[in-house]
Structure formats: structure tokens, C-alpha cells
Design a binder for this molecule. Structure first.
Ligand code: CU
Length: 336
């Protein structure tokens, strides 16, 4: 029993990963198709490898005359070379090349029956090292921006337009779809769909500098009702401060450096070079989905962003006393 569990531990590790960011656990139609092709390639690879090993090992157990073991160029055998070196690789690789191209064609970026001009639902702009997210759906007064946490309705395709503000990035949520490049000045499109409500973790998949590894992403798929409620919440301006701490914290935020870089809609903070903080209190993580969004991490982030994520484009801000820091974090937390 013991030995068997040790034997299967690599498999257990794989299934352990499958609950989060994983290509083995397809949660949308596009990811399922990619996974099918992946399994076909893995199985074909195993078959070819097994045959190769058999061809190598079986002759070593054969006894026979010297004549029988003569080099191939004497006894003929070019047929084997042509078969194993040319015909089989050509057939297998051409087959997968065609299968790959056919699969790519099956990812329409918008409904093929809809001939209207392509209009994406969400625009995602990559920054060093965070994601700017604009909801373009609906009427102009229904549009809003947020960052790092993308909500989508479950069971419905959503068209994304992706590009970059600085260097190349790549958008990748393995449970939902393949990778797509985010290139400055060159928009790309992708249609993602999640079969069920849930949280799907993504990651920038193109090396983009020092904090590339922390450039995580969270996609939250919700039921239609929950999604509608979320968009209504996002359309609201920043929550008015009511507690004494939050009121004091708002003053710290607006009078300090924060408002130069960050936006909180409904206040004078109108910075656009950093994540929109209008509803930061409602996000699950901070630091581009790298740390839990709680009091301790918010305090650490504001004063020591450079220790948590060295090189990140937010300086350490240490000009406040303890009370001001507490108030500032209270203000951020109530921005739901
Ligand atoms: Cu990156």
C-alpha cells in the first residue's frame, strides 16, 4: 500500500495542481479542445517511444550468425531508415501540424453568424507588471475600468482585446484557453469562456522584466445575476468614507503621492499610470494577485512595495506615522 502511494505520488502532484492554474483541468471549450490535442500528442509520443525502445532492446537479446548482424549498409535495410527516419516522422508531424492549424481555425474571435464589426467586450492592457481592464460592454455610461481581477459571466463567450502599454506581455489563463501575445500598438483578440462559475488563475506568459513572475491574473466567472450585480458595483464611484479612520485615511491618500499615480473615481485622485483603486477593497488580492488583500499586506505593500516586489513601479512610501498608515489602509479597505 505504502509503495503504491509512493509510486503514484507524481500523479497526485499533478492532480494537486489541477485545482488552480492548470492545463490538465480544462474549464472552458477552448481549453478542452487544446487538451484533446495535447493528449493525442502525448499518446502518439508514447507509442513511438515504446516502438523505438523495443527496436533497440529486442535485437540485443537475439543470438545469430555474424552475417545476420552485418551492418545495414551491407545487408540492405535502407527501407528501415526510410521508414523510421522519414516516413513515420513526416506522417506524424504533418498530421499534428494540420490538426493544430484546424484547431486554431476553430477559435473564432467572435460569433461567425454575427457579421457586424468585431466589438470586444473587455480590453486588457498589459503594464509592467499589472493588468489594466476596461469593460466596453453596453452603453457608454455602462463602461468602467478596473485592474488585475477580470470578472466574466459563466457559460457565455467573452471577447477580449489585448494589447500592451510598454513591452510585450502575454495573456494566459490555462484552464480557459491558450496564450495570446500582448503587443504595443498591435491589438490581438481572443474569446474566452468558462463552463462554470469559479476562479481561474492566470499568468503573464512572456518575459517582461523584473517582476514578470509576479504578474499574475485572476479571472472570476460568475452566474449571470452575480455578474450583473458586480458590474453595478463597479460602476459606482469610490465608496464615501464614513468611519473616522477612513475619513482621515482619505485625506492621507488624496494629499499624498498616491493620487498622482492611482485613480479613485469620485475623488480628485485621477492617476492613470497605476491600477485603478476605486474598488480595491473588493479585490481578493493585491500586488497583481500575488498577496492576500488584508490589513497586514496592504500596510506592507504601501510602505515596502520594493521589498515585496523589487523593481515594481511603486516606490516605498514611508512618509506617514503609524496612525496615518492605519487610517490609509482603513480607507483602502472600505473602497468596496
Ligand atoms: Cu510577463
Amino acid at each position: 500500500m505504502m509503495r503504491r502511494s509512493v509510486l503514484f505520488s507524481p500523479l497526485l502532484l499533478l492532480s494537486g495542481c489541477a485545482t488552480e492554474q492548470s492545463i490538465w483541468n480544462a474549464q472552458g471549450p477552448a481549453a478542452s479542445r487544446i487538451a484533446t490535442l495535447m493528449w493525442a500528442i502525448i499518446i502518439m509520443f508514447l507509442i513511438v517511444t515504446l516502438i523505438m525502445w523495443a527496436l533497440l532492446i529486442i535485437p540485443t537479446f537475439r543470438r545469430g550468425s555474424l552475417e545476420e548482424h552485418a551492418p545495414v549498409d551491407i545487408g540492405g535495410g535502407q527501407g528501415w531508415v526510410a521508414l523510421g527516419g522519414l516516413l513515420i516522422p513526416l506522417t506524424v508531424l504533418t498530421g499534428f501540424f494540420v490538426a493544430g492549424l484546424t484547431l486554431m481555425e476553430r477559435f473564432p474571435i467572435h460569433d461567425p453568424s454575427n457579421t457586424a464589426v468585431l466589438r470586444p467586450d473587455i480590453l486588457v492592457i498589459g503594464h509592467q507588471w499589472w493588468w489594466e481592464v476596461h469593460y466596453l460592454d453596453g452603453q457608454p455610461d455602462q463602461r468602467f475600468a478596473t485592474a488585475n481581477e477580470i470578472h466574466i459571466p459563466a457559460g457565455r463567450p467573452v471577447t477580449l482585446e489585448v494589447e500592451s502599454q510598454d513591452v510585450n506581455h502575454a495573456f494566459w489563463v490555462p484552464n480557459l484557453h491558450g496564450k495570446i501575445d500582448m503587443i504595443p500598438g498591435h491589438p490581438n483578440f481572443m474569446r474566452i469562456e468558462a463552463n462554470h462559475p469559479g476562479k481561474y488563475v492566470g499568468q503573464c506568459a512572456e518575459y517582461c522584466g523584473e517582476q514578470h513572475a509576479h504578474m499574475r491574473l485572476l479571472v472570476v466567472a460568475q452566474s449571470a445575476g452575480a455578474y450583473r450585480a458586480w458590474t453595478q458595483q463597479m460602476l459606482e464611484p469610490g465608496h464615501a468614507s464614513t468611519t473616522p479612520e477612513a475619513i482621515a485615511g482619505e485625506q492621507v491618500f488624496l494629499s499624498g503621492a498616491c493620487s498622482i499615480c492611482h485613480m479613485v473615481r469620485g475623488t480628485v485622485a485621477g492617476g492613470t499610470v497605476a491600477p485603478d483603486l476605486t474598488h480595491i477593497g473588493s479585490r481578493m488580492y493585491i500586488g497583481t494577485d500575488s498577496f492576500p488583500n488584508n490589513k497586514a499586506y496592504l500596510e506592507a505593500w504601501v510602505t515596502h512595495a520594493q521589498s515585496l516586489e523589487p523593481g515594481v513601479l511603486m516606490p516605498d512610501l514611508t512618509d506617514f506615522n503609524g496612525v496615518q498608515l492605519r487610517d490609509l489602509v482603513a480607507y483602502l479597505q472600505q473602497l468596496k
